[in-house]
Design a protein around this ligand. Sequence first.
Ligand SMILES: [Zn+2]
Length: 235
Amino acid sequence: MNRAIPLYRLQQLDQEEEALRRRLREVTAALGETPALREARQTAQRAADEAHRWAVRQRDLELAVQGLKDEIASAERTLYNGSVRNPKALDDLQKKVLSLKKLREKREEELLEAMIAREEAEEAQKQAQAHLAEVEAAWKRDQAALEAEKGQLEARQAEIARARTALLPSIPREDLELYRNLRRTKGGLAVAVMRFGACTACGMEVPSGRLERARETDLFFCGNCERILIAEDAL
Ligand SMILES: [Zn+2]
């Protein structure tokens, strides 16, 4: 058997293993919360806080308005029940009622604004919540797909490890060392396929005289890039 064949198979396994490891790193990095999910959650939280702030403000203003109404009613009772006769005191009381009424009007305006702002904030909160639900659902689907892919990648890694273990005993030690050296120094490609009489790694044509010799010797190297060559028809 051509000595280059098990090396070529080993290279295929090693290359696939490298690609699997790269993808596993990406998949592992993509697992967990995404910036989009965190942002949607923060936006929903901010919107909820804002709606709550306006609800509290509305309640405070309702209480303030009610307090002023009570105070005005009480002052007006005093004003009209005849218990105060002193003109100066009556005048002061009338002024007080007027100023309380002005203040009540101001608080009622503020209350109206707060009610409108609260409605808007609650609408914004609803939208932010709906957006969060969408982002969360998409995120969960993505995470499930990533978890499934991770499982497949790991299963394939185990298969490759088994295939490597089965293949290694068939490779002579010096071939394995050569393969490792070439992989290290030749950009990960130790064994190149020869197609139409040329090395597919560097494109150099293999002289026909050497091609003949290649059929006689079991390991044959590209005269240009020095990789192990394997004829396409030998695969
Ligand atoms: Zn070459």
